[in-house]
Design a protein around this ligand. Sequence first.
Ligand code: NAD
Length: 316
Amino acid sequence: MDKILVIGAGGQLGTELVSALQLLHGRENVVASDIRPESEVKMDGTYICLDVLDEQALHEAVIKHEISQVYHLAAVLSARGESHPLFAWDLNMKSLLHVLELGRIGRIKKIFWPSSIAVFGPDTPKENTPQYTRMNPTTVYGISKLAGERWCDYYYRKYGVDVRSVRYPGLIGYKSLPGGGTTDYAVDIFYQAVQGRPFSCFLQAGTRLPMMYMEDAVNATLKLMQADPSRLSVRSSYNLAGISFSPDEIYAEIKTHFPEFAISYQPDYRQAIADSWPSGIDDTVAQNDWDWQPHFDLARMTSEIIGHLTEQFQRA
Ligand SMILES: NC(=O)c1ccc[n+]([C@@H]2O[C@H](COP(=O)([O-])OP(=O)(O)OC[C@H]3O[C@@H](n4cnc5c(N)ncnc54)[C@H](O)[C@@H]3O)[C@@H](O)[C@H]2O)c1
């Protein structure tokens, strides 16, 4: 039985991925970790407080818990990275190399590390962005993810490390709050709508970006990690597509549930980041290699999130 360590488990994705991994592998086989104390993170199951930049502590945790697979999620995201570029580079790069080294020395068998649509830049084709294309990211986050992809490919080719990755679009869920990305508005808008408040959006009305409902993102992750390695032709990172929409499109969809809901637009520095990214992704390679298919469109995602959040706020 594989034993799994999730690094950065207390974040937006980790909160949901840990539960899914516990269901799949057994609660006792998943160790959630984050730099934050347990009291702040509130996870079910085994939890350890771990700074991934402390390489020795990471090695000790892997040995102590007999870890064979690592899901490495800790990172500084796109918007926050622009305020702390050197720190973002340091965390995003060093942490990945610490984990890849565990693979190289044979301490762990399999690694999942997420990349992002932030690897693309202003000269990338915006529509149906292909797997292989021009990639000149303009954010430190995008630069670190692109470099990370190259390191993953390098460790696979040079040392045979079984590392797998997807370029997530903006992730949208209702169980946890986002951690400083450019697509965070698409989570916040639901919280405001359900509480009957107007929403101020930090992107322009027509800014179309690739997005994905969290359930699809978690399923994609598990599916890729379970895929037959001989079918995987990409060891940098796979394009992954869900739903593309703009603030005015998601607003119109939410308005069908809350006709009084009001929105205003106050674009800030995140507009320039969004403008440098694609609006739609071609994920044919992921579809062919590991049978990837998303299940949520905008309407289905919107009614799911509104249903769950309404229940949450009624209980509170
Ligand atoms: N959320 C998205 O829309 C999105 C999109 C594309 C890619 N991704 C990628 O997915 C991964 C997870 O994203 P997320 O949205 O859950 O991020 P998040 O910011 O919500 O969570 C990151 C977690 O890492 C933890 N962390 C920070 N520094 C740490 C350290 N030194 N040691 C251990 N833990 C540390 C934080 O406490 C936090 O809980 C990231 O690699 C991110 O780049 C996310």
